[in-house]
Write a protein that binds this ligand. Sequence first.
Ligand SMILES: NC(=O)c1ccc[n+]([C@@H]2O[C@H](COP(=O)([O-])OP(=O)(O)OC[C@H]3O[C@@H](n4cnc5c(N)ncnc54)[C@H](OP(=O)(O)O)[C@@H]3O)[C@@H](O)[C@H]2O)c1
Length: 255
Amino acid sequence: MKNEYECAVITGASSGIGEALAKRFASAGVKVALLSRRTDRIESRAKKIRDAGGQAIAIQCDVTDKNATHSAIEETRKQLDPIDLLIANAGFGQKISAEKIDLKKFEQTYKVNILGAIYSIAAVLPDMIEKRNGHIVGISSHASYRAYPKFMGYSGTKAALNRELEAMRNRLYKWDIDVTTICAGFIRTEMTEKADIPQPLRMELEPATERIYWAILKRRKFYSFPAIAAWYHRFAGIMPPALFDPIARRYDAMS
Ligand SMILES: NC(=O)c1ccc[n+]([C@@H]2O[C@H](COP(=O)([O-])OP(=O)(O)OC[C@H]3O[C@@H](n4cnc5c(N)ncnc54)[C@H](OP(=O)(O)O)[C@@H]3O)[C@@H](O)[C@H]2O)c1
């Protein structure tokens, strides 16, 4: 499939899905900007891409800082203009249970997964709108369909992200800007390696990256994978509490 992008900005590109997507797009000839807080890591990832013949820059950015995110996008534009793809990937998820709500973690989850995503999108949009060209991608999760009992915050932010992307999708088409929601099941990354919960049908990073890459190139509006987990979650999404709660409680007891 033909890759038509010139420059992709990827937030949370120091590890996991973001890092893998940066590599994948760079290998297809796209200029990539890797954004995250850990400068040493993004710099070494960008260097590896350049050593392999690709074009990449690393810009330190905490997406919870509105001004820093705006500046990082401006800097990218100066170096690699025009930005025609943004992958809002930076994410944070840790266990938070109702009986002992860790407010610091809860706030951080909302700041990174929702505000951070919106800050990065808001920073690229004016230019995309002016040029009537662009693609916004948000990395959501199967946790967006129903709440995982020990993942307060995470489930809520991913459900909110789906709604925000949907609102954008049905406005931005007027300026020829596409919006894609990637709704992923479990993928082996630093985040899931740390999460001490059952992870049925967990995928390895490389095949999962290929699927996300394909969905972006196809400009899918909503792509949920892997298929079996996606169908289960879709079905769970419409279950009444009488059906869903026993399943949620069994999962909770296992984690
Ligand atoms: N792995 C899965 O099973 C799975 C499933 C569905 C959805 N997702 C989503 O996929 C995305 C990537 O997660 P991952 O699994 O690849 O985990 P990961 O390896 O832990 O990557 C998370 C990335 O987010 C960045 N990040 C966190 N806080 C940030 C902040 N304040 N500012 C900028 N960057 C920040 C981290 O970089 P720094 O620490 O360097 O800032 C890191 O690069 C997340 O949105 C996650 O919710 C993952």
